[in-house]
Write a protein of this length. Structure first.
Length: 609
């Protein structure tokens, strides 16, 4: 996996050139170049990079494939899409979605009052807004206000109580009635981690009996002409296409039946989200068994087939595939702070005037090791190490001798791995796993990769540089939180190998990819580590520009955000220093200046230069 699975997960968005990973777009800047540019302004800690052109590419791909399927199948309906704000509500992510999707009239989906206000503020007039989730009277009234303001909004009812509230609001006010949608509770279920979104036990949706009752209520209230959409969702990150096809047949027949029952304004079917993103880096592991081509073709063909059989006009097709749109646009970059086997460097050897025979033999094995004898000498070294440990337990050698033996054997194993890297043996592969390196990264998994911690969701990870050499260190990643769960352990089923670098001489950066969906909004302030500093990168044929810098919160801002009064805390710290009897006035002044500096920095570590 020398290319870290780029051909599997990157959709050709990134390439490796001259040992660095680059954007495969226009002037093709390297990620390392961008990171070093940003860090030259004394930025430390993890960095989140946004690439708006990748959002535009995904939107274009989605629309192009559905338009192609519509033409190939002689389908009469149109294709529309909205972005679910729950996937990423951060301002510069939403700005990228709305600006890059403007030419497609790409809309927004809201699932709460705050998201609805955001959708009303950010959606261009004419683009679609859909409203899902549980709603009260105030939220439904907001939908009426949006319609009155000129927005093309559809309120999807999740239960008969919500429909009754819509009827109540329509009677009480003179505002324009929004479009109404019905979320149907399908018998069909999805696949993958989020499959429980579908099926008869799903959290949302109306049963067939409730749907019939809803039609009656709408007709009695003279609102049936506002019913324009049915909606279903069988789960995020659908790994298998078969459940979707089953759900389409069920939902398509419900749509056709409702048209025959007199819902003449019904002309949209919303298939929800679920279009999967490829997160895996290894060929034997796939996040989905279908392509975007198969996905779009299946949806269009099946709905057209059902409508033709029922002699019903083809509905417009809506999707809400937010993960597919934004996952790839964000990359988390973090420096490695420490390698925990750095203690085995040869410079730490400390020999005596007279060393035990086993130590002298290990010195010779290490000195004479070459490509021809490395396996034999490796076996000898491992055998000697066992003997050294036995002698230590019996008290015949001391701790310094043991340390020297550990360093020598460790280096013999590493050199043997490098010498045989082109033709490794099973034994060396096993030693490679046992000789795991722990890479301490300046980030919080809980904050920046919460789905890994909560759902064991893998994200592609690779170094930004050294990509012209083979990585041989089986890698576990440790974050800087005070929690043992803050680790991405080495997994032999999907192994990660990184480089053996000397952090005293250079920095080593890792990139975590496809983190643009859900991770930011779900991230938690465990240990009070907050959102990384973020930057939007725009690229043209000649250069790139770093825009929309949002620095990670300072320590005082972090404390303010969870309810402390930072002014009181600040005053207390200053008074304690001023009243201290243990330091001089000059020391008080210097210490106070340091304190002020630290309080204005973010909470991530500043170990690296």
């Amino acid at each position: 996996m020398n290319n870290f699975g780029l051909d599997i997960w990157s959709n050709n968005n990134f390439i490796i050139e001259n040992g660095q990973i680059r954007l495969n777009y226009k002037c093709m800047p390297s990620l390392l170049q961008i990171v070093e540019d940003i860090r030259s302004d004394d930025v430390r800690g993890p960095i989140l990079l946004r690439f708006p052109h990748l959002i535009k590419a995904q939107i274009r791909t989605l629309y192009n494939y559905f338009d192609k399927a519509i033409q190939q199948n002689n389908y009469k309906g149109k294709f529309n899409a909205v972005f679910p704000l729950k996937v990423n509500q951060f301002p510069h992510a939403v700005e990228a979605v709305t600006s890059q999707g403007a030419q497609y009239n790409y809309g927004l989906e809201a699932g709460s009052k705050a998201e609805l206000i955001l959708a009303m503020s950010k959606t261009p007039i004419g683009a679609n807004i859909t409203v899902n989730g549980f709603k009260d009277k105030e939220m439904i009234t907001l939908g009426f206000i949006a319609a009155q303001s000129g927005h093309n909004i559809t309120i999807t009812i999740e239960g008969l109580g919500e429909l009754e509230t819509i009827i109540e609001v329509a009677k009480e006010c003179d505002l324009k009635v929004p479009n109404i949608g019905i979320r149907v509770r399908l018998h069909s279920t999805g696949s993958g981690i989020w499959a429980k979104s579908g099926g008869m036990d799903a959290k949302f949706g109306l049963t067939s009996t409730e749907i019939i009752e809803a039609i009656t209520l709408l007709r009695e209230a003279d609102l049936l002409q506002h019913l324009s959409m049915i909606h279903f969702h069988i789960g995020s990150q659908m790994s298998d296409i078969a459940p979707l096809k089953k759900a389409l047949r069920e939902a398509g027949n419900i749509y056709a039946e409702l048209k025959k029952m007199g819902a003449t304004s019904l002309d949209n079917i919303n298939i929800g989200g679920g279009l999967a993103v490829e997160y895996n880096q290894h060929a034997h592991l796939n996040s989905r068994n279908y392509s975007i081509d198969e996905f779009s073709s299946s949806v269009v063909f099946l709905l057209g087939e059902i409508m033709n059989a029922k002699n019903v006009s083809h509905p417009n097709i809506f999707t809400e595939s937010g993960r597919f749109i934004v996952a790839s646009h964000a990359v988390l970059i973090t420096p490695v702070l420490e390698l925990f086997t750095q203690d085995y460097q040869e410079k730490l050897l400390n020999f005596k005037t007279v060393n035990p025979p086993l130590i002298e033999e290990l010195v010779e094995l290490n000195r004479l090791l070459n490509n021809t004898n490395c396996i034999e000498y490796l076996h000898d070294a491992l055998d000697h190490m066992e003997s050294v440990l036995t002698l230590f337990d019996l008290g015949y050698i001391d701790l310094q001798d043991r340390s020297n033996a550990e360093i020598l054997v460790h280096n013999i194993i590493k050199r043997a791995l490098y010498l045989k890297s082109a033709n490794p043996t099973d034994e060396l592969a096993q030693l490679q796993v046992k000789l795991q390196e722990r890479y301490l990264i300046n980030a919080s998994i809980f904050q920046s990769l919460p789905d890994y911690w909560g759902l064991n969701q893998h994200f592609p990870v690779m170094p930004l540089h050294h990509l012209n050499s083979t990585p041989l260190r089986a890698a576990s990643l440790w974050d800087i939180t005070c929690d043992s769960d803050g680790e991405i352990g080495f997994n032999p089923d999907k192994p990660l190998y990184l480089h053996d670098v000397n952090l005293d001489e250079e920095e080593y950066f890792l990139g975590f990819f496809n983190v643009g969906a859900y991770q930011e909004t779900l991230g938690m302030n465990h240990n009070l580590f907050t959102h990384p500093s973020e930057y939007t990168i725009t690229i043209d044929e000649h250069s790139y520009e770093v825009k929309n810098a949002v620095e990670s919160k300072s320590i005082l801002d972090i404390l303010d955000s969870i309810g402390y009064d930072s002014k009181i805390l600040h005053t207390k710290l200053k008074n304690d220093l001023s009243n201290s009897k243990f330091i001089s006035e000059k020391e008080k002044s210097d210490t106070l200046a340091k304190l002020e500096l630290f309080l204005q920095q973010n909470g991530y570590l500043r170990t690296t230069n």
